[in-house]
Every structure is written in C-alpha cells, then in structure tokens.
Design a protein around this ligand. Structure first.
Ligand code: COA
Length: 431
C-alpha cells in the first residue's frame, strides 16, 4: 500500500490546475410552515402580561404552532419539494442533501434520510444531517457551497434544508419565542438569489451553556439573558473576522465603516428584537475600530435609522412565524428578498448565523439580478394567509399532545404529515 503523502503537486498526480473563481450560492428557496398560528397578543393576555412586551419588547407578532403531525420531517420535505419545483431542477441533478436541524426525530436515522425517501431523490446522493443548535443549516449551506466551488460536485447541485420546531415550556420566559417551519435552499452555480463570497466568512465559537436540550427532553433548557450576551459576543468577533477578510479581498473600502457598505444585513432571529441588539453591536465594532471620535447620542439616532434601512426589511416573516432555530436566518433572507429583492439586485448583503453552545459565522453575498422574480415563486404571502389563527385553549390542547399523537388530518396540498409509529418505524403520507 502506498503511504499517504502530500506534495505541492498533490497526491502523486499532476499539479492541480488553478480553478477560475466559481459563482456559487442560493438559487431557490422554498418555505413550509405549520397550518396554525397563535397571535402573541392573545398569549400575553392569557399570561397577564402587557402585550407590548411581546410585540415591541421582543418584536414578535405571531408564532407558528406545530402539532405532532407536523414534525421536522414533514416540514422539511414540504419545503424541499417547493424549492425543487421553484428551481425547476431535475432531482437527478442533485448530488447532496443536507438537513440542518436540532429537533430531529431519531437518535440515529437523520431527518435527511426520511426526506430523501419522501421526495424520491436519487440513490446516488450523499444524505445526512448537520447539528449545532441554530447554526446547523449554515453548516450545511457552507458544506454545499464549498463542495460545488471545489469542483467535487461535478456540475451537480445541493439541497440544503433548515427545519425545526422551537418549543419552550408553557408559561416560561421563552414561551413567546417559539415557532416552527422549514426553509429549503437549492445551492448551485450561477445562483438566482444570492451568490456567496466564498472564503470571506468570519467565525467565532466557544463552549458555553446558554441553550441546550438534554437527550430525552422535549423542551429546551435556556439561560435566556446569558444567551443574548453569548450571541452578542459572538457577533462582534465573527463580524470583525469577516471585515478583515472582506477588506483583504477589496470587497469593502477601508477607512469607512464596513457594515454601512452592506446594502442589508440578515441576523439570526430567535425573536426580532435580537436583530436590533446585534446590529447595534456590529455598528459599535465599526466605531471602536475607527480612530475617529464618536458621540453616543448621535450614534443612537444613526443606529435607529440604519436598523430601519439595513435590517428591518428582513424581519417581516420572522415576526409572524417566530423562531425556526436553524431556519430563522434564512427566513430572514427570504423575507428580505420578498420585501426588497428588486432594489437589492447586484448589491452585497451580510448574514450572521448563531448556534447556541456556541458557534457562529458572519458571511456575505451578492443578491442576484433575478432575485425578486425568483422569490416571488415561493408565494410567501399566500403561505401566511392560508394559516388558521387558533385560540389560547386550542394552543394549550396542542401543546399537551404527546409527540406521537398526530391529529387525524390529511396533509395540505403539496405537504406531508407524520401519521404515527408502526413497528418502531415513523410513517408519513404526502398529498
Ligand atoms: N412594553 C414594551 N417593552 C417591554 C415591556 C412593555 N410593557 N416589558 C418589557 N419590555 C421589554 C424589555 O425592556 C426587554 O427589552 P430590552 O431587551 O431591549 O431591554 C424586552 O421587552 C424583553 O423583556 P425581558 O424582561 O428581558 O424578558 P424576559 O426576561 O421575559 O425574557 C428572553 C426574554 C428573550 C430572554 C426570553 O424570551 C428567552 O429566554 N427566550 C429564549 C432564548 C432566546 O431566544 N435567546 C436568544 C439568543 S439565541
């Protein structure tokens, strides 16, 4: 057997030719949400809390409520099917399926495996899940982008799905920050929605207990205020890492705040107010890194305007669906392109992904010239309009259902449902 050795010429072969820079990113997005939602004002009244705490203090208007028939698999499969239809991609052109999730349904069999079967995807694919709290979807996206850019994909595309059910205990502080859904992305060359700046990301990780969910527990453990601190520490380091690389590649001008050179920034959104806090921290990094003196009261006003222009347009869907853990950042991206796709065409935007525990990444990309047209195909307004508002009593009834006790309802057209467990095997139906 030949010993493993590496030389400048590669593993014993001819020198690897330099590759022309690849244009790789997100070509299409498909979104799936549960069919029911709870209005946060109804929840506040039931808890004896001023509704303004939820609507203004947290920035949350509604939250998606999943019942057991709408599990991570069924949501992921529905979103994946939509993304494939929107991209008009022949499944035989897929080589990779990754599901980022922290609310899987089995200790061993990945959600991606169920999705692979439900969507009848080719046997010749790599299929697996990625997990690191809310960062898992970004891990999948980065893997897919680098797999394609490296040339290893050989012209094939990837399907990356972020799917989760964010569940906290009834009447806990985390209760108004629940939600559920899935965001599926077709990742490929010459992308219509967002071309990523490959190799320009800044990352930050540390071993902290801000949010976790021990095996066997349905609800997360969370140290809420500490998790906000961990997120803000991480965004500062990751942003500075991105900024240094973006400057080295001349994607941003030095001598001017890098953050202000981005047309928009999407942040991971466990609740919408978090994006405002993150944006304030990013701006503070730019101020601290510049030699110029600054006035705190002037900066407060500028930060408010900058938030409205650069961040708020991405929060429309998040405010009405709630936390989707891995999918939250990409729900923000979908919402941003839905609201501002035409004016953002060919402009660079920033994205920040945070997974408790923790790991995080600040990255950037350029919005495609056809992004508005492509995101319109996701029919996001229709998706929200088709949902049913439930009463607080109905919410309590759903929250009390056992995980294996789906309501006996048929799937919505284009959707899937978990129907129960037979012989230790989870069963699904599609429509
Ligand atoms: N009107 C308007 N705003 C109000 C209000 C009212 N009547 N009452 C409170 N608020 C504001 C508070 O000032 C606060 O805003 P600020 O953070 O800008 O100061 C906000 O509402 C939340 O109030 P707070 O008392 O901090 O809420 P809480 O202790 O109930 O918990 C979380 C909030 C986010 C910590 C909690 O929902 C949680 O643990 N969520 C899950 C974890 C999470 O999402 N972490 C994020 C990082 S991953």
């Amino acid at each position: 057997m030949r010993a493993a050795s590496s030389t400048a010429a590669g593993l014993g072969g001819a020198p690897v030719p330099a590759r022309a820079e690849a244009r790789v990113g997100i070509d299409a997005i498909g979104v799936a949400v549960p069919r029911r939602y709870l209005d946060l004002e109804d929840l506040a009244r039931a808890r004896g809390i001023d509704p303004a705490k939820y609507t203004h203090g947290l920035g949350a208007l509604e939250m998606a409520i999943a019942e057991p028939g709408e599990d991570t698999v069924s949501l992921a499969a529905a979103a994946g099917r939509r993304a494939l239809e929107i991209a008009r991609l022949d499944p035989r052109d897929l080589g990779l399926l990754v599901v980022g999730t922290e609310t899987g349904v089995d200790h061993s069999k990945p959600v991606a495996s169920f999705v692979h079967g439900l969507l009848e995807l080719p046997r010749t694919m790599r299929v697996y899940d990625t997990q690191h709290a809310c960062y898992g979807g970004t891990a999948g996206l980065m893997t897919a982008v680098e797999w394609i850019a490296s040339g290893a994909a050989g012209g094939r595309s990837a399907l990356v799905i972020c799917a989760d059910i964010a569940r906290y205990g009834v009447a806990t502080a985390g209760e108004p920050t629940q939600g559920a859904g899935a965001v599926a992305m077709i990742v490929g060359a010459e992308p219509a929605l967002l071309e990523l700046d490959i190799g320009v990301a800044g990352t930050c990780s540390s071993h902290v207990h801000d949010f976790w969910r021990p095996l066997g527990q349905r609800e997360a453990q969370v140290d809420g205020h500490y998790s906000i601190e961990c997120y803000l520490d991480a965004v500062a380091t990751a942003y500075r890492g991105w900024k240094a690389r973006a400057a080295a590649r001349e994607l941003v001008r030095t001598g001017a705040p890098a953050g202000e050179q981005l047309a928009a920034i999407c942040y991971h959104v466990p609740f919408c107010k978090m994006a405002r806090k993150a944006h304030t921290r990013v701006r503070r990094c730019d101020l601290e890194d510049s030699a110029a003196p600054w006035d705190a009261s002037v900066e407060e006003l500028r930060a408010a305007t900058s938030f409205q222009e650069q961040v708020e347009p991405s929060l429309g869907l998040c405010a009405r669906i709630g936390n989707v853990y891995t999918g939250s950042l990409y729900l923000g991206l979908a919402g941003l392109l839905h609201a501002r796709g035409a004016e953002l065409a060919r402009r660079r935007i920033g994205l920040f992904s945070y997974g408790s525990g923790c790991t995080s990444e600040f990255f950037s990309g350029v919005v495609g010239a056809r992004a508005a047209e492509r995101i319109a195909a996701a029919r996001l307004d229709e998706l929200l309009a088709a949902r049913e508002r439930i009463s607080i009593d109905e919410y309590h009834r759903i929250m009390a259902l056992a995980p294996g006790a789906p309501l006996g309802e048929p799937p919505v057209p284009g959707g899937f449902r978990f129907t129960g467990v037979e012989d230790h095997r989870r069963r699904y139906v599609g429509a």
